[in-house]
Design a protein around this ligand. Structure first.
Ligand SMILES: Cc1cc2nc3c(=O)[nH]c(=O)nc-3n(C[C@H](O)[C@H](O)[C@H](O)COP(=O)(O)OP(=O)(O)OC[C@H]3O[C@@H](n4cnc5c(N)ncnc54)[C@H](O)[C@@H]3O)c2cc1C
Length: 373
């Protein structure tokens, strides 16, 4: 039976091609146009109260929307993970009423895109040793320091910043601030990866300003919200699965059927050793999907996704290296595999390294003794 919600979704998909055609040619223009159209059609923020720009009148809205979209959502839909999956739940959970009213709707519609300003040159896995400072000056915080590996900073209006606001050591003197990125005191410098893309950046703060009230949680007690955000990051990374729509987004494992097609094309589909690895990749994809569905401890999902991606990339590299040391300029397939093979190692690092995920599982899920600090 077609209900009102299904009709709303159909009406949205009827107008979508015109929206996407009218959007600029840059990927972020398309992301923003798509998200803006979804917000206008009230197809975002399911489960989030209406006063913040969401809607609560549709039960299991997110799942129903996905089912009804039936593969019709453009790939750009997945490019706003930091805002939607990390900043937004943290502002809902720890933010003030004023912060929710100010940021949730604009995040849902991608009028404001977010980045995560945690890592520093001397503070990655050991985040509590971060040194960026924020000092109160009247009604504003004044921020100085440097962040690194900040994904998407070049496209962001806002950042979730961890900064030292007190003298207490380690994680006790840290606050979480919501910082506007488009201001004179913020300089974003791109970092180029071995894939050729420049998806992350160094960010320098020189007397950058943040309104006094844009601290999430208590001043000097930002660690709880900070680790809460990391758990959201790990679950969203682990939940990605292998999905046709996301294969080029850099966050997902390539679907098995791509690897099988590659084996057929390169003649490896009859090679007994390679067939064993194809079977292993197929099994890994199934397991990863089931792990994601069971909503296990976030680090477990993330480790599975990483393991699967690396295995698929190594297998693809063995199939392609003999023939693809040189490629034609317009060979899209070779380009796709080149990007994926060079991109896979980063999955073991971004969102917390494999070793840190294992420490987290040992200490927090299994209750093993903590690492000596
Ligand atoms: C693709 C990508 C995107 C990223 N995006 C962002 C972002 O948007 N925002 C942001 O803030 N950061 C981001 N990062 C940074 C990322 O969070 C850090 O790189 C990561 O936390 C590791 O920190 P590090 O690079 O300083 O390595 P280090 O912490 O110096 O680690 C070096 C090595 O030592 C190991 N190690 C360290 N401590 C331990 C320990 N206690 N036990 C066992 N082994 C240990 C690590 O596993 C690693 O192998 C991104 C990184 C990547 C690769």
């Amino acid at each position: 039976m077609v209900d009102d919600f299904a009709r709303e979704v159909e009406a949205f998909f009827e107008t979508l091609p015109a929206v996407m055609d009218a959007a600029g040619s840059r990927e972020m223009d398309k992301v923003r146009a798509l998200r803006g159209a979804m917000a206008k059609a009230r197809l975002v923020g399911f489960g989030i109260p209406e006063e913040y720009g969401g809607r609560t009148d549709i039960e299991n809205g997110e799942r129903r929307f996905q089912e009804l979209s039936d593969g019709r959502m453009p790939r750009e839909a997945d490019r706003l993970g930091i805002g939607l999956n990390m900043a937004l739940p943290i502002i809902l959970q720890y933010g003030t009423e004023e912060q929710r009213k100010r940021f949730i709707a604009s995040t849902l519609s991608a009028e404001e895109v977010w980045c995560q300003l945690y890592s520093e040159p001397e503070a990655g896995s050991d985040l509590a040793s971060l040194r960026t400072t924020a000092v109160l000056d009247g009604d504003e915080w004044v921020v100085n320091g440097q962040k690194v590996w900040t994904s998407g900073a070049m496209n962001s209006e806002m950042g979730v910043l961890l900064a030292r606001t007190g003298d207490a050591p380690r994680n006790r003197g840290i606050s979480m601030l919501l910082i506007p990125m488009k201001q004179p005191g913020v300089e974003v410098r791109p970092l180029r990866q071995m894939t050729g893309a420049a998806e992350f950046n160094e960010v320098f703060f020189t007397n950058a300003r943040v309104p006094r009230d844009w601290v999430v949680g208590e001043v000097n007690d930002g660690w709880r919200a900070a680790t809460g955000l990391l758990a959201h990051e790990r679950s969203s990374l682990g939940n990605v699965g292998a999905d046709d729509k996301r294969e080029a987004s850099g966050h997902a494992a390539v679907p098995f059927h791509y690897l099988r097609a590659l084996a057929e094309r390169t003649g490896y589909s009859t090679d007994p050793i390679m067939r064993q690895d194809l079977a292993r990749a197929f099994t890994g994809e199934k397991l990863m999907g089931w792990v994601a569905q069971r909503k296990v401890f976030p680090s477990v999902g993330k480790l599975w996704r990483t393991k699967q991606s690396r295995f698929v990339s190594e297998t693809a590299a063995r199939m392609t290296l003999n023939s693809a040391l040189a490629q034609e300029v317009d060979d899209k397939d070779a380009d796709f595999w080149r990007y994926f093979i060079l991109n896979a190692p980063r999955m073991s690092i971004g969102g917390g390294t494999d070793e840190i995920q294992k420490n987290t599982i040992g200490e927090r899920a299994l209750g093993l003794p903590r690492e000596p600090s």
